[in-house]
Write a protein that binds this ligand. Structure first.
Ligand code: HEC
Ligand code: HEC
Length: 198
């Protein structure tokens, strides 16, 4: 088989990755941001003329090894916000500070291209794993079950807002308590005392 037949067009990869990792993450982090300002809405200086807050521009990435290399800075940023939200962490959980690049308040900026943190390396493995789960397994369920929901596995599917996925503890025999009632399988309530005989 020719290698090229295994590779979808680059554009499809970008869309799939961005959609799978960002939009379907179940995290709302990116949705309350102003939409990208179309070029027509910009004045000649390139500054956005309207919108709830000024658009920030994010530099193009220089060290992507797992995500498609042609993602824009904005796309990378949205994916990163979904990572942070899915794990309940801030950017510095995976990205190392640069002591030579200080903000006005004296704190170091993060060097996003730097690879010194192990959590960034683990995250790369996790990105590949998640892509493979969806491409090789989840996508096949649709064929067998046309009514299957078009769900994708995301970071949030396992992490649910935690750095480490929480251990799932199987409920004790009888299952979880019914809302507003005694737990299934619980002993019946003690018999009411007989009414006084008089
Ligand atoms: C769970 C770990 C994790 C968190 C949290 C995280 N990132 Fe990342 N980030 C990565 C990984 C992994 C890469 C590299 C992906 C690759 O190699 O394809 C990366 C790459 C980047 C890049 C591209 C750097 C370059 O030049 O190649 C930027 C910018 C970035 N992250 C910004 C952020 C921001 C901003 C936040 C917080 C909102 C954040 N990241 C949170 C793991 C994380
Ligand atoms: C199928 C479930 C699953 C998915 C999906 C998943 N993870 Fe994980 N992740 C795990 C498990 C399990 C561990 C703990 C592994 C271990 O014990 O070493 C983990 C650990 C991690 C860690 C290390 C945390 C620490 O404190 O050491 C990072 C970082 C991480 N995942 C990032 C991600 C990112 C980013 C995504 C989405 C691209 C993702 N994970 C998707 C299951 C998952």
């Amino acid at each position: 088989m020719k290698l090229t037949s295994l590779l979808p067009p680059a554009a499809a990869v970008v869309l799939m990755t961005a959609a799978v990792l960002a939009s379907t993450s179940g995290v709302q982090a990116t949705q309350d941001q102003p939409p990208a300002t179309p070029p027509a809405a910009r004045n000649p200086t390139g500054a956005a003329m309207q919108g709830p807050r000024p658009m920030r521009s994010y530099p193009a990435p220089t060290n992507l090894q797992v995500l498609p290399k042609d993602l824009t800075g904005q796309q990378v940023h949205e994916i990163m916000e979904s990572f942070a939200g899915s794990l309940g962490v801030h950017c510095d959980f995976c990205h190392a500070a640069d002591p030579n690049n200080l903000m006005p308040n004296g704190r170091p900026r993060l060097n996003f291209a730097d690879d010194s943190k192990d959590d960034k390396k683990v995250a790369r493995i996790m990105i590949s794993m998640t892509q493979q789960i969806n491409a090789d397994y989840i996508s096949k369920t649709k064929v067998l079950d046309p009514d299957a929901m078009d769900m994708k596995v995301t970071c949030g599917t396992c992490h649910r807002g935690h750095e480490m996925p929480e251990e799932f503890v199987i409920p004790k025999e009888g299952g979880p308590p019914a809302p507003g009632g005694p737990p299934a399988g619980a002993p019946p309530p003690a018999a009411a005392p007989p009414p006084p005989a008089n």
